[in-house]
Each structure stands twice: as C-alpha cells, then as structure tokens.
Ligand binder design. Sequence first.
Ligand SMILES: Cc1cc2nc3c(=O)[nH]c(=O)nc-3n(C[C@H](O)[C@H](O)[C@H](O)COP(=O)(O)OP(=O)(O)OC[C@H]3O[C@@H](n4cnc5c(N)ncnc54)[C@H](O)[C@@H]3O)c2cc1C
Length: 566
Amino acid sequence: MDSATKNTYDAIVIGSGISGGWAAKELCELGLKTLVLERGRHVEHIKDYPTANTPPWDFKHRGRMPLSVLKENPYISKAAGYGEDNAHFFIKDKDHPYIQEKPFEWIRGYQVGGKSLTWGRACQRWSKHEFTNPEKFGYGIAWPIGYDDVAPWYSHVEKFIGVCGNKDGIEAMPDGEFLPPFEMNCVQEVISKKINENYPDRHLVHARWAHLTKPNKIHFEQGRVKCQARNMCMRGCPFGGYFSSNSSTLPWAKKTGNLTIRPFSVVHSIIYDEKLGKASGVRVIDTNTKEVFEYKARIIFLNASALNSNLILLNSTSTRFPNGLGNDNGLLGKYVAFQNYRASVGAEMDGFLDKYYFGRNPTELILANYKNLHKQETDYFGGYTTFMGAYRDQHQTDNSIPQIGDAYKDSLTKPGGWKLYMYMQGETVPRITNHVRLSEDQKDQWGIPLLITSVEYDDNDERMIQDFLKESKEMLEKAGCKNIETYENKQAPGLDIHEMGGCRMGKDPKTSLLNGQNQLHLCKNVFVTDGACMTSTGNQSPSILYMALTARAANFAAAEMKKGNL
Ligand SMILES: Cc1cc2nc3c(=O)[nH]c(=O)nc-3n(C[C@H](O)[C@H](O)[C@H](O)COP(=O)(O)OP(=O)(O)OC[C@H]3O[C@@H](n4cnc5c(N)ncnc54)[C@H](O)[C@@H]3O)c2cc1C
C-alpha cells in the first residue's frame, strides 16, 4: 500500500467530543472507513479515569486546587465543577493561548472524548419556537430547518445515549424517549406544585439528563450499566452511568472495524482542491513531533467544538477562498453567541425536618421557558429556562446552637434545614459584532494563528437578568420560601461553556455559511455539525441538538455518497 492510499479514508471527523463521537458512530455504522483526528491524548473508558473511585480524604488538597495552579490557570479554573478530582480533563491555560479582545473565558477539554467527559448532561429538546422566534420577532435570521426535521433524530440520539426525564406535555420543552427520572425531593415537589398553582403556565418539572436510570438492552450492549447516583460524573464514570463519547459512541464505532482514531493530531486546515471544486482532505500536525501530515477523504465532518471549528475554517485558505473556506460573504466567525448564566437566586424553606433523600442525585429540576414563547412580550428578546435544586444543609446552622462543646459537635453530625436555588440559562442574541478572527502575527506552539475573541454581553442580556431575578424571587416568595437572596455574578461569556455560531446555518448563502444539511454552501463535502452551526442559541442546553444534527447530517452524507453526489 503506498502512503497516499494509507492516508485515504471515506470520511474524516475532526474532533472526538460530543459531536465528533456521534459523527464517528454514524459514519462507521453506515460502512464508511472513518478517521477521527483528535488534538489531545487518548482517554480510554474506565482505564483512564484515575480519580473515579478516589475518596475525598485521599486527595492531596482535599479536592481544592493549590493557589499556584489557580494563578497559572486563571480562566480554566473558573469552569463549573473544576477541581483536583477532574483537572486532568481540562486544558492548562498557558499551553493553549488565545487573545481576548474583550473578556471571554474559553473552557476547553483537549483529549479523546473532549468535553463529553465533564459536561453537565442536561439534555432538553428545543421547542419549535426556538427555531422560529428569532426570525419571527426580528432578532435573527430564519433557520433552514425546524423542530419536525430534528425530532426523529432527537429520538434516535435519546434512545442510544439514554436520557432520563418525565413526559410532561409542555409546549416549551417537548417530550422525548425517556428513561424514568430521579425522584423529586419533598421541597422540590412542594415548590413545583406551588409555582404551578400560582402561575398555571409555568412548569417546574424534571429536567432531562443523559443518565441511565433504567438501562435498556442497547445500553448494556455498550457496556454501560445503571447510574449509581454517586454524582462524581466529571471524573469519568466507570459504570458508564452517564453518556460520554468515551463510554458510548467511540467504542461503538470501533466495534464496526471501520474506525481509526489518531490522537495528538491537531488539524491545521482543510485542504481545498481547486480542480475538483471541493475539499480533498486535511492538514494535520502531530502535537508531539510537529511533523505535518495530510489525510484525504471524500467527506469531512468538522466537530472541533464551536470556536475551534471557526478557527480551522478561517485558517483553511486557498486561492479560491482567501478569507477562509466557504467564506465568500465574509460572515465566517461572526454572529457568535452563547447562553446567559449570570443570575441566580438562593432561599430557605422551613419545615420538612423529618425528611431526607436517597443518594447523590446528579440531576436538577427545570422550569421550562415561559417568556416570549408565542409573542414578543418583554423589553428584551429571547427566553430563559431555570434550573432548580433543593437540599438539606450539611449540618445544623441554627443560631441557638452553641459554637463550642458537645452540643456544637453534635449539631455537625445532623443535617441542617432545607435550602434551594434557581439559576438561569438564557438565550442571547447573535450579533455581527460578536465575532472571532485569526491573529495576523501571533501563533501557537504548532504555528497555527491564535484565535482572537471579541464577544460580550449586551443590554438585552442585562434586561433579561433583571426579569429573571424579579420573577424568580416573586415565585419563591409566593411558594413560602424565606431569606431569598438574588445574585448576579457578572461573569464573562465563555464560562457558560455554551458558545455557538460563527458558521451558521441558513436558507440564504448571502447571510449564512451552511445549508439545512450542515454542508458548507460553497464546499458541499464539508459538514459542520458542532455548535459553530447554530443560527441562534435557544434557551435549552444545546449539546443534544448538536448530536441530533450530527446524526442527521451523517446519514444524509452517506446517502449522497452512495448516489455519487459527494
Ligand atoms: C462543566 C461543563 C458543563 C456542561 N454542561 C452541559 C449541559 O448540561 N448540557 C449541555 O448541553 N452542554 C453542556 N456543556 C457543554 C458541552 O460540553 C459542549 O456543548 C459539547 O461538549 C460540545 O461538543 P463538541 O463536540 O462541539 O465539542 P467538544 O466536546 O469540546 O469536543 C471537541 C473536540 O475537538 C478537539 N479539537 C479541537 N480542536 C481541534 C483541532 N484543531 N484538531 C483536532 N482536534 C481538535 C478537542 O480536543 C475536543 O476533543 C458543558 C460543558 C462543561 C465543560
């Protein structure tokens, strides 16, 4: 076999995280010899989860990070849940610089599995309104697809990854193929009931989570078993109790015999063949040796995570596309958006002191979006969902308990009163000014231009935050809570870890980069199916939509190849 043949595949997938894992699974099952290129190290399910069973007292710093590490990693160390138990699944800031024109704290996990190892696992479907409202209410362009196009693919993904939840029949949050939910605790039940009594159009219900509460045959076939409610997910789960690429899609793809994964392979760019008028392959740098390789394939799936996919496309220049692949309209890298996580509410609830709960439930409730669903009714655009949790304080904190002596020690061994919290996940408006671009003079250690991020919150977000705080406080007051506190953390974008856009889908090639099948309008054998493709952000957690879009596009691509169209 000559080297050209050796480096030739039917399909190349760039990135092995949540969306890349799905591309690999579908393409391999459809019979395509598929190469997955991953810039990070290999992480094998179970074997490479070094802290999965480590008890808290065996961590050198009891789970916290030393000040020196926090100082060296000012951005990544702010990621939700980051700590001594899982820092090995996050990058180190200094190894992967980028330029913040405006504060943007970019959270990345560079390894086989990407951020699927550390994600929060919330998996609600978008409603039809999230696809249509941006255009209808005048804050975005039309999506080329709607809910009905994705619904079967949501089902396809839900069945395979395992999503627990309840069928609630809520318009703003469609039902899917669910495993049973975790139980609500007594305070969650009460608040849910009270909110619905006081506001009939508001529903505080089980959110949907990629956890196996009652595994089916397909999950056992993946080697995964029931979630043990340990809530140690971000360390990697040896039970496969939650979905990650490492426990699910990648081993499944491997079983077909069609998968090759090449770790330590940073994709520099996609190669465009001017004669053929399509992409012919990718240029890769071995991260250890810095050797440059080229791999060829008939189709390329770009799944490097939203901003890295933008970077790769911007860096894929040719005589035909001097400004980046498919970028005739100059919009590549623009209309980057994210989700608004800046506000939360905390409160206490009297009573229920004879009640507790079983295990460490890794899920929360969700109050489905109740704003701007059917009409534009607020002074800001978009909607928000609200996550909610309730728990007993770790120990008694009653002021009457002495702070010294036997009584104090005794109080430390008993659970305290009930506390609860709510936090928002809000839609943001994609704006042309919120963008990423390449540095003209600064490069990373592999000679790839640094990404410049120029992304910020705006007045629309501020107004949404105020509305969330007012409404949430009022709901909790009416539900009988006390000591209600509101918080606004002023965090920079990026920390939401739901960055999207830059290579958006649309009907019109003049205003978008991708068509309704996630193909670049101008280079049809390149599919972008991670967050870069998002036309708007919606208010629901986005990753399951990336999975559904990826599965849909992969099946389309394989069918087109069979017909000889690609
Ligand atoms: C703490 C946390 C909580 C979260 N909670 C939720 C949640 O509850 N619900 C939800 O929907 N989402 C959640 N997310 C977001 C979710 O993880 C991402 O949306 C999702 O992982 C995106 O999938 P992806 O495939 O685009 O990117 P990733 O999973 O990040 O995978 C991208 C992969 O591409 C690789 N790569 C990057 N550049 C290159 C290159 N040039 N060459 C080769 N490989 C490259 C990376 O190393 C990585 O492995 C959370 C994330 C975190 C960290």
